[in-house]
Write a protein that binds this ligand. Structure first.
Ligand code: MOS
Length: 712
């Protein structure tokens, strides 16, 4: 009897009923009678951007109703400091309230713990802080010339790359493009704010945490408290979105833990939305110079991508903005560089496809400019420069069907109907434009372990500290386990997000689904072998473990260039009078390896393409350069697309199996949709208006000067 393969099926989320009935418990909602009634913490943030706390007076706050405890730098315990020799920044100590120095607006200066949230918040407003203000560096543009070269870029990628002779190749190229794009500060802003509840029991602390990586959070907490990580227990079965901002822990986690220890009661803290803007992390703003040199018939001879971005002086972070430029197109002479300029703003951390998303926004817009200069179809221009091997590493691609994505997408989208000249096609008031862009996202592999147990009744339990941040982890792991064990999905139960389970790399960098599913598959294969060798399953069940190793220990990472690809298409209408931009439809055709669940994968891609629209047209955290605060620090003023901004989005997957990536043929999909989609929208805006806006986001005020004169 042949069973229908479960992998790939568009199965509904196994945790869907829990989610819609409010029974999926998030960190802040956790309730356990055994640990007693929790107290509430509220954080007081600095109201200056740079300087020192000179005096802090808590007497009014301390007398406020319900207040149990106030912590400032005066009574905060000593804590570990970040050990820069630890490769992952997210495993390092995160000391909080340990000094008088204020590094950025909103940095915590006090914690108030009270019986209720309202009491804590009211008392927090009574904490009186006197500051000595110092001149801060808040204006990135004014500090770009101070930029320096970091030792490496994010994910251990090289800071620079150079092949051939870029300067020579570029200067002698018959057709040249030299343009600079800027991208603004952006914030991850998950729906669930950053939250933590902590409870101590003797030397042990249990931490209910909104997080993406349980193992890293545990290490960071242990390093901050200077205790062994075996005393730290993390519970995180559900996380309400992360988008990179929950890869690491932040102030609220350490303050809940320290507060709970001080009062010997559980303490919970949730950041307010405004605090999520000022107390977490940002995607660095960038200035990206793209230089392309080509022959008259469209062959690239030189390609350069120079990125200067912001960094916090106290926590260096370098988005790998030019990393995908290293393998996307062929050209004999190449140069990519990352530089950092210090500004006194919240630390930079990963946000939605770090590097690749803002890098492609600029680079794929520049490719469109070059196609326009060459009077070539942007798809034919890209296909002409399709490399046969990775052009900088000189190794074969594992599986790359970018050309097929572009051709298939062109057919489905009706690319032949696009306006051939920009700014001429109209539909009533609207100028109509089509745009496309290529997408690429690196495929990462990080160490992940899982355990699977088969019970006597043929039910199976999968355990891992892997997280489900809304992406569908519970569901795909159920499918992979059922498939490998030869049981139905109803026989599989998946337990995630607990540090008592085997350690995974968590959810991030698009690696979560592929890492954990491969580890689950291997555990199930090992379990099948064990079960086969036994006359019957013993009463306690049979267990086996499976794992996947770090990419640097996997020979295929050396031997192949392993990425995922896609082609994005967008049609926009731009109101010829007001400049209002409406995205009318979008299509993405993707080459991401095998798909584990067509429904959850499609949802990830639609979400990613929505972020692309957002990066092209909406998002920008505006720095008030007098105070160092984000002027638009709430979701009313920091624009993100709403339903009315999102048109029909169509997602197509090529039928693939990347056997060089892993035994399941599966790679990342989570962030691929963000990679290139923004540029497709921007290129469509150009095609509609003949206006090339190089300062993202493209807002209507930037288009107004280029719109046609209003008819009398
Ligand atoms: Mo992702 S921005 O690496 O969680």
């Amino acid at each position: 009897m042949k069973r229908r393969a479960m992998i790939g099926q568009p199965m509904n989320r196994v945790d869907g009923p829990l989610k819609v009935s409010g029974k999926a418990t998030y960190a802040f909602e956790h309730w356990d009678d055994g640990i007693g009634q929790p107290l509430y913490g509220f954080i007081v943030g600095a109201t200056i951007g740079r300087g020192r706390v000179r005096k802090i007076n808590c007497s009014n706050a301390g007398q406020s109703p319900g207040v149990r405890f106030i912590m400032t730098h005066e009574n905060a315990p000593p804590q570990g400091t970040p050990d820069l020799s630890v490769p992952s920044e997210y495993s390092r100590a995160f000391p909080t309230l340990t000094g008088t120095e204020v590094h950025h607006f909103g940095e915590p200066v006090a914690l108030v713990v009270a019986d209720t949230l309202e009491q804590a918040r009211a008392a927090a407003n009574l904490v009186n802080v006197e500051y000595s203000k110092e001149a801060g560096r808040f204006d990135l543009a004014a500090n770009l010339d101070q930029a320096y070269a970091p030792k490496t870029a994010n994910a251990g990628l090289p800071t620079d790359s150079a092949v051939g002779d870029f300067d020579g190749g570029f200067s002698s190229a018959p057709v040249k493009l030299d343009v600079t794009y800027t991208t603004p500060f952006e914030l991850a802003q998950p729906m669930e704010p950053h939250t933590c509840m902590a409870a101590w029991d003797g030397e042990n602390v249990t931490v209910w945490l909104a997080c993406q990586m349980v193992g890293e959070a545990r290490k960071a907490i242990a390093a901050t408290l200077r205790i062994d990580e075996s005393f730290v227990h993390i519970v995180s079965p559900f996380t309400g979105g992360g988008f990179g901002s929950k890869l690491g822990i932040h102030f609220e986690t350490i303050l809940a833990i320290l507060g709970a220890r001080a009062v010997d009661r559980p303490v919970k803290i949730a950041l307010t939305r405004q605090q999520v803007f000022q107390m977490v992390s940002v995607r660095p703003a960038t200035s990206q110079r793209v230089r392309l040199g080509a022959t008259r018939d469209g062959r690239l001879v030189a390609l350069g991508h120079d990125v200067t971005m912001s960094t916090s002086p106290i926590a260096e972070y370098t988005e790998q903005t030019a990393a995908t430029t290293r393998s996307l197109y062929a050209a004999p002479n190449r140069l990519t560089r990352h530089r950092l300029a210090r500004v006194d703003l919240p630390r930079g951390e990963d946000v939605r496809a770090p590097g690749d998303a803002p890098g492609l926004l600029a680079f794929e817009s520049a490719m469109d400019e070059m196609a326009q200069t060459l009077k070539m179809d942007p798809i034919e221009f890209r296909i002409l420069n399709e490399p046969t091997v990775d052009p900088e590493r000189n190794v074969p691609f594992s599986e790359r069907n970018l050309v097929e994505c572009m051709r298939d997408g062109a057919r489905r989208f009706g690319w032949e109907h696009r306006p051939r000249s920009p700014g001429v096609v109209r539909d009533g008031r609207f100028l109509i434009g089509y745009g496309m862009a290529a997408g690429i996202r690196m495929h990462f592999q990080a160490p992940t372990k899982v355990r699977v147990r088969m019970n006597r009744d043929r039910t199976a339990v999968v355990e891992s500290d892997m997280t489900d941040i809304g992406t569908g982890t519970y569901t795909i792991i159920t499918q992979v386990a059922a498939d490998a064990l030869g049981v139905s999905v109803s026989q599989v139960s998946v337990q995630l997000g607990n540090s008592a389970f085997p350690e995974s790399a968590g959810s991030g960098g698009s690696w979560g689904a592929s890492n954990s599913s491969v580890a689950v598959h291997r555990a199930c294969v090992a379990l099948n072998e064990k079960v086969k060798s036994m006359p019957e399953i013993p009463p306690e069940g049979v267990e086996a473990e499976g794992e996947i190793v770090y990419m640097k220990d996997d020979p295929n990472y050396e031997a192949y260039s392993i990425s995922t690809y896609g082609a994005h298409f967008a049609e926009v209408g731009v109101d010829a009078v007001t400049g209002e931009i409406r995205v009318r439809r979008m299509l993405g055709v993707f080459s991401p390896g095998r798909i584990l669940n067509h429904k959850t994968a499609r949802s990830q891609l639609i979400g990613g393409m929505t972020f692309g629209i957002s990066m092209a047209l909406h998002e920008e955290a505006v720095v008030d350069t007098r105070s160092g605060a984000f002027a638009n620090r709430d979701l009313a003023e920091y624009l993100v697309p709403v339903n009315a901004d999102i048109p029909e989005i169509d997602v197509v997957f090529l039928d693939e199996f990347d056997d060089k990536a892993n035994v399941l043929g599966v790679k990342g999909v989570g962030e691929l949709g963000v990679c290139g989609s923004g540029a497709a929208v921007a290129n469509a805006v150009f095609n509609a208006t003949n206006a090339r806006v190089r300062q993202f986001p493209i807002t209507l005020d930037k288009l107004l000067p280029y719109l046609p004169p209003i008819d009398a």
